[in-house]
Structure formats: structure tokens, C-alpha cells
Design a protein around this ligand. Sequence first.
Ligand SMILES: NC(=O)c1ccc[n+]([C@@H]2O[C@H](COP(=O)([O-])OP(=O)(O)OC[C@H]3O[C@@H](n4cnc5c(N)ncnc54)[C@H](OP(=O)(O)O)[C@@H]3O)[C@@H](O)[C@H]2O)c1
Length: 301
Amino acid sequence: MQAVVVHETGGPEVLVLEEADRPEPGDGEVLVKVRAASVNPIDWKYRRGIAQRELPAVLGNDISGTIESSRAEGFAEGDDVFGWAASGGYADFATASADTIARKPDGVTHEQAAGIPVAGLTAWQALFDRGGLDAGQTALIAGAAGGVGHFAVQLAKHAGARVIGTGSSRNREFVLELGADEYVDYTQQDVAEAVSEVDLAFDTVGGDTTQSLVPTLREGGVIVTIANAPPEDAARERGARAELLVTSPSSDQLARVAELVGSGEVRVEIAEVLPLTEVRRAHELNESGHTRGKIILTPAI
Ligand SMILES: NC(=O)c1ccc[n+]([C@@H]2O[C@H](COP(=O)([O-])OP(=O)(O)OC[C@H]3O[C@@H](n4cnc5c(N)ncnc54)[C@H](OP(=O)(O)O)[C@@H]3O)[C@@H](O)[C@H]2O)c1
């Protein structure tokens, strides 16, 4: 099969599409013919060596495709599934553990489904598992137009929260169309001056943004970050809490997000669909830090 293999850390040029052995599913795993994969920032962080993993490696967590063979109960050849790849998703075939995938609803395309796993579950777990967001509360989503942020805006709105999104000027209309009640353009305004008394601040941006969101919290509020050390001391001083989320796979949550996509209540914004042969360009685009929604890769066969 063809796969994008990284042999050494570096720039996009270390992404090499080459012949590789087809992975073998273990007990409790399925082999998936990949129809679409998606790019997450962790992929280029591995490529750069900012995040550590053993090399050589096939990158890519998120896949959607058709089961080629199954060694897992409840899944059979021909089933369309999506979720977390065990063996690397930038490939014609990938293995996946049964408890990290879910069935793809018929009304959801493989491209849409491949956009869900990391971004959709990160948004879900930040808002509900860590943030405890309830109807009627206010959620501030920093990075509202990104892969994670655009799911977070829609899931928070669907849960009955008031939603404030942040992003640059070009994403204002997009985020408001997703359902945000308010938008703060961080290039024009200091977010902490424009927003106050939120129940939950969700930081998908990191850097200086993490600390700058703390003053927006109400007493008893929470900041959940996925992109930085949690600002525990600053939050405590406000009588609030700070949490770091490291997302974990959940078949149940995958199925719930996909159901919302299938019913049209949540939309997967696809910035670009690129063939695996253009994986370097896909990484350049994502590494710019300004992707709107998700970048999808499709295998050659
Ligand atoms: N801990 C975990 O388990 C976990 C899980 C998933 C992701 N992550 C991390 O979370 C981060 C976000 O992931 P992602 O997939 O959402 O990334 P992404 O899609 O690349 O995010 C890009 C978005 O960030 C926005 N942005 C950039 N700077 C901003 C700022 N200062 N204020 C507000 N928005 C800003 C951009 O909007 P503009 O173009 O309008 O600036 C763009 O839409 C990454 O660092 C990723 O590695 C961690």
C-alpha cells in the first residue's frame, strides 16, 4: 500500500509518500480501507519533533473508511466506520481498535466523518466532561473557527449555552453562522476587555492567550485548555479552576457527534480536500495556524 512515512523530524519535506507494508489487525482490531483522513496540529508537531514519538512512523489519527477485515466483535467486512487509527491514517489502509471507532451514519460523508475524531471529541470533552457546561451558561471559545473551535461553538450552542467566539476579522461571519451569539476579533480588541463573567473559557489557542482568558471567568468558573499548561494559580486567585484536557477516544462520543452531523445540527467545515500526494501542502496550510475547520486527505486508491 501507499503511506506517508516520516523517517526523521523536520519540515514538510520529510513527509514521504512511499510503499509500505499493509498493517495487520490484532485481536479486537479492524483493518480499514481508508477513504479519508484528517490533519490535526499534533501531526505536524510530531513531524517537527515538538511532540515525541518513535520514527519511522505513519502519521495521522483520524480516519473514515470501510472495514476490509475484522478481528473485533460487532464489526464486519464492508462496514463503514470512522475514528482513531492505531497504525497511522495517512495511508491506504489502517488498523483501529474497536473501542476507538464508531459506525459512520449513511448521511455523513467519509470526508465529514474523518474530520470528527480528534477535533469533535476534544470539543465534546472540554465542554461537557471537563467544563460541565449546562444550558443557560456562557461559554467563551478562543479559536472558534479552527478544527476544535468550530465543533465547540456548535456543540455548546446545541447544549443551550450562550456562545462567544474569538478569531480574526475574516472568520467573523463564519463563526456567527455556526451559531455564536457574539464574536470578538482578537486582532482589533483585547478579549478580556470585551468579555466578562463567563462560566467556561475554552482555550484552543495556547501561548499568551491562555493567561489572557482568565480575567473573563466568573467566580466559580473554569478554563479548560488543550494547548498550554493550565493557568492554575491565576484561576485560583479568581476563585475559578483551570484544567488541561488530553483527549481520549470514545466510541460513544464519536457516535453522538456523528449523529448531530448526520441530522444537520452540527456541520463539519472542510477547508480543503487534498490527495495524499499533496500531504506536504496540507501540513503547510495547517501549520500556518489559521485553518478554518478541517483539512482532509484522500488516498490515491
Ligand atoms: N490536548 C489535546 O488533547 C488536544 C486535542 C486537540 C487539539 N489540541 C491542540 O489544540 C490546538 C488547536 O487545535 P485545532 O485542531 O483546533 O487547530 P487549528 O484548526 O489549526 O486552529 C486554527 C484556528 O486557530 C485560530 N486562531 C489562531 N490564533 C488565534 C488567536 N490568537 N485567537 C483566536 N483564534 C486564533 C485561527 O483563526 P484565525 O485564522 O481567525 O486567526 C484558526 O481558525 C492545537 O495546538 C492542537 O495541537 C490538543
